[in-house]
Design a protein around this ligand. Structure first.
Ligand code: F6R
Length: 613
């Protein structure tokens, strides 16, 4: 939610900021803004819409001389929370004097009372945002030292923030701070880049410092001074980013989503690399840091997540119960955190999150810690807040996911959870042979995904039948029920076709009333437990004249004769089948969105990494 970038150094500040914003645009794209300090004066351009629009405005409004004079600047791409996406509400925001500018990602929860207090002291505001209040607060605390003013101001603030602040009086400094919203500092030779995530700094450096909650830092071209809010210095390690610039390029694909769908064989290979021990019939998950005895003491698992990650969790639940025999729940993270869940020391809470920054999932992690549970993270973004706070976990190693619609993260998450089930299962009821068979099954998945991708053209043809619909159903049973939910989510979020994911058995308890010739049903008929009952449910749909489109296992003649519009995917074991079914559904959603002319990588109203509740 919202992307922040800042730069201090001798390169073209505008270029660095605008190219950084393009990388961060997936975090929010309803408005954008940029500010530079050139010759001791602050200059701002803000605009509604995407970064491309901002870049046009900058080109038109700022002279070459002005740009050349800039040695520092900050920029922001917004996903609106407080106040509509208008130019006034776009960041950066200024303090009362106009000599301090600030960009912010997060939410200032007590901004209402702060604003009233500031207004009482004569401050006037130009926007409806919570951020402007923070800018005014910094300005009010300013006594000649920006670093101290920011630290002082933040002591009055409740909520979450990643901020970057510049001042006309301090051309050689950007002050940044974080609490609950990610921020990192990239260290270059004689320069520094700050950003919400590594994709915006990778073009300049691989050496980064991930700020932690409560940190405030003065970033200068020759180094970084990091302190806590009381201005006491803190030590933060320098980390090395282990992927390169090409990972955040489209690589010849029309969209990031398409690229990421096609990356899945490689991403899955990276997910399992070095983790499958076929000889021992086990999975090696060293990041879990649990001894066999500690694993044996776990009597309950709760998977907490949101959106696609929740559906991956729901899929993993089948594996954890089926393979390890551990009672497992998959729960929406916001529901978990506010429900006062009953969690004991023998419970393990596993937070599943691609970004590792999702606010509700993070809060669930904290709640689980309070309850004394073992807490693990299944994250993709290395060094993310959930990964760090969970303290133990399994990285996906799927590579950066830029498309707002999650794709490769889902398949990697499911594979990680099956590996987790194997690791627990071997300590309980799985034999070495059973474990070895599962290792072989998982090792084969990348190649099987490749075979699903090879059907791209056929899936595109089926998508043409779905594209004119205004509403669709996705149905599945058992391990394919979450896959139906995920298929519906993918379709609705990128193509704006209203889609409902349903358990097939639930259809006749109400939703079947909606079926007619105009309402397609996508049925997941792969050869896993529940398939036979699914055939009956498909008959029920056909009897209501609903066009049915199926995903089924290769060679299933019965399905082929019942449903001519069918995507056949390779056969594999029960717990990895959802991966193949969902890859087919990702392609289906992608092609429907493409045919409907939708902005696939940046669907309306959405943003990646939901850092607000
Ligand atoms: C949908 C999608 C979202 C995310 C959800 C959780 O395509 O991407 O539903 O899955 O916002 O995000 P993470 O996994 O980053 O916690």
């Amino acid at each position: 939610m919202c992307g922040i970038v800042g730069y201090i150094g001798s390169a073209d500040v505008c270029d660095v900021l605008l190219s950084g914003l393009r990388r961060l645009e997936y975090r929010g794209y309803d408005s954008a803004g940029i500010a530079i300090n050139s010759g001791g004066e602050l200059h701002i351009v803000r605009s509604v819409g995407k970064v491309a629009r901002l870049a046009e405005r900058v080109a038109a409004e700022w002279t070459d001389a002005l740009r050349a004079g800039a040695k520092a600047g900050i920029a922001h791409t917004r996903w609106a929370t407080h106040g509509a996406p208008t130019e006034e509400n776009a960041h950066p925001h200024a303090d009362q004097s106009g000599r301090v500018l600030l960009v912010h990602n997060g939410i200032i929860e007590n901004y209402g009372s702060l604003r009233r207090q500031l207004e009482g002291r004569g401050h006037t505001f130009q926007s409806q945002t919570d951020t402007e209040v923070l800018a005014h607060l910094v300005g009010e605390c300013y006594r000649g030292k920006l670093f101290e003013a920011v630290s002082q101001a933040l002591k009055h603030v409740e909520g979450t923030y990643g901020i970057a602040v510049i001042s006309a009086a301090h051309p050689g400094e950007i002050v940044v701070a974080r609490n609950g919203s990610p921020l990192l500092v990239g260290l270059c030779e004689g320069a520094a880049v700050i950003a919400s995530d590594a994709s915006a700094v990778i073009a300049h450096t691989r050496q980064v410092i991930y700020l932690q909650d409560g940190d405030v830092a003065a970033v200068r071209a020759d180094g970084v001074d990091i302190r806590n809010l009381d201005q006491i210095p803190v030590d933060r390690a320098i980390s090395q980013i282990d992927w390169d610039d090409t990972a955040v390029e489209k690589g010849g694909h029309a969209h990031f989503m398409r690229k990421e769908i096609w990356e899945q064989p490689e991403a899955l290979q990276n997910t399992i690399r070095g983790r499958l021990d076929e000889r021992a019939g086990c999975a090696i998950l060293s990041g879990l840091n649990l001894s066999p005895r500690e694993m044996a003491a776990v009597n309950r698992i709760v998977l907490v997540a949101c959106g696609t990650s929740l559906y991956a969790g729901m899929t993993g639940r089948y594996a954890l119960e089926g393979l390890a025999g551990i009672p497992t729940d998959a729960e929406q993270a916001a529901e978990f955190r506010y429900r006062n869940p009953i969690i004991g020391p023998d419970s393990m809470v596993v937070a599943v999150s691609q970004s590792g920054e999702t606010a509700d999932t993070l809060a669930a992690v904290r709640e689980a810690h309070h309850k004394g549970a073992l807490v693990a993270g299944v994250c993709n973004v290395v060094g993310s807040t959930i990964a760090r706070e969970a303290a133990r976990g399994i990285y996906l190693h799927a590579g950066p996911e830029i498309g707002v619609a999650s794709t490769k993260a889902f398949s990697s998450q499911v594979l990680v959870l099956v590996m987790l089930a194997l690791a627990f299962g071997r300590g309980r009821r799985l034999s070495r042979e059973e474990g070895a068979a599962l290792c072989r099954e998982m090792a084969a998945v990348p190649e099987l995904v490749r075979r699903v991708l090879a059907q791209d053209a056929a899936i595109a043809a089926l998508a043409a039948r779905l594209a004119p619909a205004s509403s669709a159903f996705f149905i599945g049973r058992g391990v394919l029920y979450p896959a139906a939910l995920e298929g519906a989510l993918k379709l609705k979020e990128i193509s704006y076709v209203h889609a409902e994911g349903y358990h097939a058995a639930e259809l006749k308890h109400g939703p079947i009333a909606l079926l007619d010739e105009q309402t397609p049903v996508v049925a997941l008929l792969n050869d896993v437990p529940g398939r036979d009952k699914m055939l009956g449910n498909v008959q029920e749909c056909l009897a209501r004249h609903a066009p049915v489109l199926a995903v089924a296992s290769e060679g299933d003649a019965e399905v082929a004769s019942l449903v001519p519009d069918c995507i056949f995917v390779p056969r594999t074991g029960v717990y990895t089948t959802p991966i193949l079914a969902v890859v087919a559904l990702q392609l289906l959603a992608y092609h429907v969105a493409r045919l409907r002319g939708c902005p696939i990588d940046q669907p309306r109203n959405l943003a990646k990494s939901v850092t607000v509740e």
